[in-house]
Write a protein that binds this ligand. Structure first.
Ligand SMILES: [Zn+2]
Ligand SMILES: [Zn+2]
Length: 684
């Protein structure tokens, strides 16, 4: 036990920041900032550099170059903090911080993250807060503040008084002298750090510090050097729980909103000590805007604030000051970030009285994810580890839930592109033999991503499927049923869209059925020898067709024309029309010569479209010989049936990630589909 404590203690000590407790003289600090002028960065500059410090990479999507900031990939490994699928929106956020760092205007605005419920808005806020905490502990991100030694005055019971809002020590220099110093610091910053922006330390000292400054000025007959001997510079570690430089805020209901919550107020005990309610020492600098100084103010549902208080934000953003009642103004340096949902935003936007406020916000849209694969990642991240409790999640469960969610968020393109096709296009798939202008589709759908079902609803329903499960396996049919059954009982659901959401569930079920059938088809028809044979035959005939040659019959050695009927049956399996057949055959020939040129051996199974065609063809040939209804009703005691079914289940498990439960399930489902098709055919 003692040993364990010692080990933890040592580890803690190693992780500690190097000059955490060090007392630094003011003249030492001046040396430090000459060496590294980044120490005096503004809150916006530090935040921007923090994000950049995690690195970026770029990639191409739909012909567009997209920058991805690694900072948004759950950098602290805390679980659900990775953000997927909204790189463009995140870049807009970072661009605004960059503009603010350069003093181009956003530094005088409330930065408002706007979007429907349960987008990544809260995660962005949480990440920025955590990111700043961590960054302030590193050498690159460090910053400093100061405290007063006033123990030589008999009437100062505390003796040591830290600046209540952790101000930058350079603020102790009168503004004129600061300018001169800043010119030389910026010179160093430019030469040694390839500065992207200009450093500035603006505003005067807080009222409390100004009080001590003036008192000491009087004491030392205006000798600044003597005053600075009373200053100890300290490292400042930003910390949300310690209320240092990071504040969160959520408006209470209207009656209980209290201005002092933002600006701070009088401390009545200290008013008695100092004998005046306008003594700056008797003020509590504990309003959230004071707490946020040097770092970040992060406001949830910011626009629910009463109008009167919104003016506090105007001063804080536009002029970087707070104006508490009965007290001098306080200069602050903090990033003001807010979040809002659409209805609130529209309400405030329509309010003429709020025009000044609207003018001073910079809105960034944070939409829902519109790519199925990105939405699925959100669920995957959630349903892992202990939450899954050792249960199996059947293939396509999360994928189909994600497909439904994004379909509810999309605008129907109309024309000859279906909603489902559009969803596939967004996810990087293509519609066979068609070219669609994706850019145009996107531009036509302006509201897209700002309505529809939230990931929260879907996650709740999948959780519910987990709770209700008795089989040890969660399958997509059950999850889709959950999604449907609870639509009406969900208060967050828009009543007007319920029927539409149900129709979309039908589209998803059809898609699921098609995918499952394809998989079942693949395992049932799978016979490597047969595939090889039929594939080779197809290739021989295609090559002969293209080169205007004959094909030699394997057995008789007779020269024959290429078998058009055979080739067409294969091609029809994957929707190749008569008009498209020449292109397809050429494509296959090119694929072969490409392989041959690289000296690679080839197997017809390696070509995706060809493989699907072969499997479907073999399936068509075989399926009538399989007694599906017997298998579906499971009354068959025929050992041959059992053996075959057992081998399919094994293949579903090894090839597609099914478990015993869901493999049996999917064979039954797909089998029922086939039985139904057969019945229809007979009726025709
Ligand atoms: Zn101060
Ligand atoms: Zn399963």
């Amino acid at each position: 036990m003692v040993h364990a404590v010692r080990e933890i203690a040592l580890k803690l000590k190693k992780e500690q920041v190097r000059d955490k407790y060090k007392a630094i003289r003011f003249d030492e600090y001046l040396e430090m900032i000459r060496e590294d002028p980044r120490l005096i960065r503004s809150s916006y500059q530090r935040l921007y550099d923090m994000i950049i410090s995690h690195g970026t990479h770029s990639y191409k999507r739909d012909g567009k170059e997209i920058t991805h900031y690694r900072f948004f990939d759950d950098p602290f490994g805390e679980g659900e903090d990775a953000i997927y699928g909204i790189d463009e929106a995140l870049k807009n956020v970072v661009d605004i911080f960059e503009g603010a760092a350069k003093g181009l205007g956003p530094d005088r605005r409330i930065i408002l993250l706007h979007g429907p419920v349960a987008t990544a808005k809260s995660t962005i806020g949480r990440l920025l807060r955590r990111g700043l905490e961590e960054y302030s502990r590193t050498d690159d991100g460090r910053l400093y503040t100061f405290e007063w030694d006033v123990s030589n005055f008999n009437d100062e019971p505390l003796g040591i008084v830290p600046c209540p809002i952790f101000e930058e020590p350079l603020k102790l220099f009168p503004q004129v002298d600061r300018r001169e110093l800043l010119v030389s610091l910026n010179q160093i910053f430019k030469e040694q750090y390839q500065a992207q922006y200009e450093l500035d330390v603006e505003g005067e000292l807080c009222p409390k510090c100004r009080f001590y400054f003036n008192r000491l000025m009087k004491h030392y007959d205006d000798d600044l050097e003597s005053i600075l001997k009373h200053i100890t510079v300290r490292r400042l570690m930003l910390s949300e729980p310690d209320r240092r430089g990071i504040a969160t805020f959520e408006p209470k209901d209207k009656k209980n909103q209290d201005e002092e919550e933002l600006t701070g107020g009088m401390n009545w005990r200290l008013v008695q000590v100092y004998g005046s309610d306008s003594d700056p020492r008797a003020f509590n600098y504990d309003g959230e805007l004071c707490v946020a100084n040097r770092g970040l103010f992060d406001g949830e549902e910011l626009l629910k604030l009463q109008e009167e208080f919104l003016y506090d934000f105007l001063h804080a953003t536009q002029e970087h000051v707070i104006k508490p009642k009965k007290n001098p103004r306080i200069c602050i340096d903090t990033v003001i970030l807010g979040r809002t949902n659409n209805p609130e935003y529209k309400r405030v936007k329509a309010n003429e009285k709020m025009e000044a406020f609207n003018d001073r916000t910079r809105k960034v849209d944070i939409p829902y994810v519109l790519r199925k694969s990105d939405e699925r990642k959100i669920y995957e991240k959630f349903f892992q580890g202990p939450r899954v409790g050792g249960k199996h999640i059947a293939p396509h469960t999360l994928e189909m839930a994600a497909l439904w969610a994004i379909l509810t968020r999309m605008e129907d393109p109309g024309g000859d592109v279906t909603l489902l096709q559009k969803a596939k296009l967004y996810d990087g798939e293509s519609i066979p033999n068609r070219t669609v202008d994706l850019q145009k589709l996107r531009e036509e759908a302006r509201e897209e991503g700002f309505f529809g079902v939230s990931p929260r609803y879907v996650i709740d329903m999948i959780s519910k499927a987990f709770v209700n499960d008795r089989e040890g396996c969660i399958n997509p049919y059950r999850v889709l049923a959950m999604l449907e059954d609870n639509l009406r009982h969900n208060s967050a659901m828009d009543e007007n869209h319920l029927d539409e959401y149900k129709e979309l569930l039908e589209i998803v079920r059809d898609e699921l059925s098609e995918i499952s059938q394809e998989e079942v088809r693949r395992v049932i028809s799978h016979d490597p020898r047969e595939l090889q044979e039929v594939g080779q035959k197809f290739l021989d005939h295609v090559m002969a067709y293209l080169n205007d040659e004959k094909v030699e019959d394997k057995y008789t050695g007779e020269e024959k024309e290429p078998d058009e009927e055979f080739m067409r049956t294969m091609e029809k399996q994957i929707g190749i029309t008569e008009a498209q057949k020449d292109d397809f055959r050429q494509e296959i020939a090119n694929w072969i010569s490409e392989r041959a040129r690289k000296g690679e051996s080839f197997n017809p199974e390696d070509n995706d479209r060809l493989r699907r065609a072969m499997e479907k063809k073999l399936w068509e040939d075989k399926k009538h010989n399989i007694n599906f209804s017997a298998m579906v009703s499971d009354k068959s005691t025929d050992p041959e049936h059992k053996r075959r079914k057992g081998s399919w289940i094994e293949r579903l498990k090894s090839e597609f990630g099914y478990c015993d439960v869901c493999a049996e399930n999917v064979i039954d489902h797909a089998g029922a589909e086939v039985a139904r098709e057969e019945l229809q055919r007979r009726e025709r």
